[in-house]
Design a protein around this ligand. Structure first.
Ligand code: FPP
Ligand code: MG
Length: 293
C-alpha cells in the first residue's frame, strides 16, 4: 500500500509543507546527534528514514496546535518559538510512534513493514530493540527540553497503556466487540488522541478544546484502525462485526467532536483527514477490480 496518498492527504502535505519539512530536518539532526564514534549508527538511522511513513501523528499535532493557535491569536503575528515548540512536539510523537513499530515488529517477528524489510530482519533483534529504546528515550529528551510537565505526563500514560494492552493481547486476546474496540483504542487511537491533546495544550487551549481534540483523536484513531483491519482482511473471528459500518459510526463521532470548535483552515484539514481514512476503503474495491480485469 505504498502509493495510497490521496487528494485529502496531498492537500494537507501542501498546507503543512513548511512545518513538515522543518520536522524532517529536526528529526535528522536529533538522531544524528545520537550517533557517536563507538557505534556506527548512521547506517541504522539512514535505514530508519528510508522506511518513513505518512507522518500522520505529526500532522495531528500540527493541525490541532494550529487550530487552537488560530483561534487564540486572531490578528496577532505568530511567534516563532510557538511553531518551534509544535515541531519539537511533533518530532517527539513521531519518534515514539516509530519506536513502538520497531518493537512491535520484533514481538510479531515481522519481516516487512511498508513494503520494506523491518529493522529486526535488516539488522537483528538485539540492534532493533536497542534502537527502538534509543529513539524512544530521545523522544522524552525532547519532551524534557519543552518543559511542559502535563504533556510529559500524558505521553508517559499513553505509552504505559499501549504496553499494557500489548501484553494483555498476548496473554488473553480480545474475545468480544467491546474488548476489540478497547484494543484498537490502546494500540492506535491512544497515541493519536495524545497527539491532538498535546498539540492543543502546547497552543494554550482551554479544557473544553483539549477534551474535544482528545476525543477527536480517539474516534479518528479507532476509525483508522477499523479501516486498516478491513484492508488487511483482519476481520475478528470470535464475534460478528461489520468493520465498515463501525468505521462509519466512529468517523461520525470524530466529526461531531470538532463541531463546536470555531471554523478555520486547520479544522478543515482535520475534517479532511477523516475523509482520507474513509476513502482508503476504496483501495480494496480498486484492487479487486484490477484483479478482475
Ligand atoms: C501494531 O499492531 C502495533 C502498534 C501500533 C502498537 C505496538 C505497541 C507497543 C509495542 C508498545 C509500545 C512501545 C513503545 C516503545 C512506545 P499490529 O501488529 O496489529 O499491526 P501492524 O500490521 O502494523 O504490525
Ligand atoms: Mg505487528
Amino acid at each position: 500500500m505504498k502509493n495510497e496518498v490521496n487528494i485529502w492527504l496531498e492537500n494537507i502535505y501542501e498546507f503543512l509543507k513548511k512545518e513538515l519539512s522543518l520536522l524532517e530536518v529536526e528529526m535528522k539532526n536529533r538522531l544524528s546527534s545520537v550517533t557517536n564514534n563507538k557505534i556506527d549508527l548512521h547506517n541504522v538511522f539512514n535505514y530508519f528514514f528510508d522506511i518513513r511513513g505518512k507522518r500522520l501523528r505529526p500532522i495531528l499535532v500540527l493541525l490541532s496546535a494550529g487550530l487552537v493557535r488560530s483561534i487564540n491569536s486572531k490578528g496577532l503575528v505568530e511567534k516563532n518559538t510557538q511553531i518551534e515548540n509544535e515541531i519539537q512536539l511533533a518530532a517527539a510523537l513521531e519518534l515514539i510512534h516509530n519506536s513502538s513499530l520497531i518493537h512491535d515488529d520484533i514481538v510479531d517477528e515481522s519481516s516487512h513493514r511498508r513494503e520494506q524489510i523491518t529493522m529486526n530482519h535488516k539488522f537483528n533483534n538485539k540492534i532493533a530493540v536497542l534502537v527502538g529504546d534509543l529513539i524512544y528515550s530521545h523522544a522524552f529528551l525532547i519532551m524534557n527540553d519543552l518543559k511542559f510537565p502535563r504533556i510529559s505526563g500524558i505521553l508517559s500514560e499513553c505509552v504505559e497503556k499501549m504496553c499494557q494492552s500489548e501484553i494483555n493481547e498476548i496473554i488473553s486476546p480480545y474475545a468480544d466487540f467491546e474488548q476489540y474496540i478497547a484494543y484498537l483504542d490502546a494500540k492506535t487511537a491512544k497515541l493519536m488522541s495524545t497527539c491532538c491533546k498535546c498539540g492543543a495544550i502546547i497552543s494554550g487551549a482551554n479544557e473544553t478544546m483539549i477534551s474535544a481534540l482528545g476525543e477527536f483523536g480517539t474516534n479518528f484513531g479507532i476509525t483508522y484502525q477499523l479501516i486498516d483491519d478491513y484492508l488487511d482482511d483482519e476481520q475478528p473471528q470470535k464475534f460478528d462485526v461489520n468493520l465498515l459500518l463501525q468505521a462509519k459510526i466512529y468517523s461520525g463521532k470524530a466529526k461531531k467532536n470538532l463541531e463546536n470548535l470555531e471554523d478555520n483552515e486547520h479544522k478543515k484539514h482535520l475534517m479532511n483527514l477523516i475523509r482520507y481514512v474513509m476513502d482508503k476503503q476504496n483501495l480494496k474495491l480498486k484492487s479487486y477490480q484490477d484483479h478482475c480485469i
